[in-house]
Design a protein around this ligand. Structure first.
Ligand code: NDP
Ligand code: ZN
Length: 355
């Protein structure tokens, strides 16, 4: 079968011919429909993130997938069911985080990640998965279901943010998303759809006309240009934010988030920067966190319940939003184009098959 992989020593994705997998006991065989591409995939291709599966000299890419059960193999699924796989897998037996259904809370080394760390991904005509890590989705998710994974990352961040404010009466009204990449835009659409937030903002660094600014404004949110209004000035230029969601990966934003927060507000940090020193008014940030009961939290990955919550969020998106977000659908033999980046590219997907 066809698979899209990166070979050891190379830094471009290519189509390789690999044997069709056979499901083990407890696993189903899935025919892949679509696999989304995100920044992590680019990092895996470039070799700055992740690691090859043990004993192989190639890694099959892709962690955002939707597919159809081809062979249920005794699992709870029926042939023809539409499914979305989760990303993390236990590295061996007896892993407490996986046993509790909290793989997203496992520390480094206590998990593998399909398509990222130590395990093959889903960019292939077929993949197999333990049924515990497959989430059934409705038939009308055949084209959009690959977005369940990134949306579930935000479901987790929101759950943790609300939990951090659960000791008192928290009534958020304003939210700011940092970053107009795919994760930022998906999150903005989720926040707009939620009744909690009356006013939503999204921070970027693009000139108009720009497709992401068009999406931000069509969602009814306000675009904030960080070159004109740096994060510590958002409070004066707009308003204090009850919730800030960081999705730029720009390290100063992690700390400057505190300056944009309203008293009792919470900031969720999702970006994954590389090492680097930043210059900040640490005194102001520390003082405001304490005297204004502000919270910051980091969040990565997600669990099965958060995938299920993501299904609902995704179903609530207006159709135009996913149409505008997905700027390219490519066949496996067009993989180089699928991995191209640019200001007119938001989210691309590799399509192996259709329903
Ligand atoms: P992208 O890199 O596509 O998006 C980041 C966006 O932030 C870009 O649009 C970029 O603008 C913008 N940006 C960067 N710096 C600034 C700045 N100083 N001011 C204003 N805007 C800025 O990534 P994704 O959307 O895919 O993901 C966002 C981050 O979240 C990444 O760091 C990614 O690694 C991480 N991530 C974390 C997950 C988790 O579970 N924690 C899951 C998935 C992703 P421009 O395009 O104009 O350069
Ligand atoms: Zn992803």
């Amino acid at each position: 079968m066809r698979a899209i992989a990166v070979r050891r020593g190379e830094s471009t994705p290519r189509v390789v011919d690999v044997p069709k997998p056979t499901p083990d006991t407890g696993e189903a065989l899935v025919r892949t429909l679509r696999v989304g591409i995100d920044g992590t995939d680019h990092e895996v291709v470039g070799g700055s993130h992740g690691g090859f599966p043990e004993g192989t000299d190639y890694q099959i890419l892709g962690h955002e997938a939707v597919g159809v059960v081809e062979d249920p193999n005794g699992t709870r699924f029926d042939a023809g069911d539409l499914v979305v796989p989760t990303v993390r897998r236990p590295p061996g037996a007896g892993n407490e985080h996986f046993e509790r259904g909290e793989p997203d809370m496992a520390p480094d080394g206590a998990y593998l990640e399909r398509g990222i760390v130590g395990a093959h991904g889903y960019m292939a005509d077929y993949f197999t998965s333990d049924e515990r890590f497959l989430v059934g989705v409705p038939d009308d998710f055949a084209t959009t279901g690959f977005l369940v994974e990134p949306v579930s990352n935000t479901e987790k961040a929101l759950e943790h943010a609300y939990a951090s404010r659960s000791a008192f009466e928290w009534e958020p009204e304003s939210a700011l998303v940092l970053g107009n990449g795919p994760l930022g835009l998906l999150t903005l659409a989720m926040l707009v759809e939620r009744d909690d937030f009356e006013r939503c903002y999204c921070l970027g660094r693009r000139d108009r006309p720009d497709p992401t600014i068009e999406i931000i404004e069509r969602l009814g949110a306000t675009y904030v240009d960080s070159r004109e209004t740096p994060l510590p000035e958002v409070l004066d230029a707009h308003e204090a934010m009850d919730f800030v969601y960081e999705a730029t990966g720009h390290a100063p934003h992690a700390f400057e988030t505190v300056t944009a927060l309203a008293p009792n507000g919470v900031g969720a940090l999702l970006g994954i920067p590389s090492d680097g020193t930043v210059e900040l008014d640490g005194g102001r940030i520390h003082r405001e966190m304490v005297l204004q009961n502000k919270a910051l939290l980091g969040s990565v990955n997600s669990n099965v319940e958060q995938y299920e919550a993501a299904e609902e969020s995704l179903a609530a998106f207006p159709e135009w939003f996913t149409d505008e977000l997905v700027t390219g659908v490519y066949g496996p033999d067009e993989v180089e184009r699928a991995f191209e980046t640019g200001d007119d590219v938001i989210k691309t997907v590799v399509e192996f098959d259709t329903l």
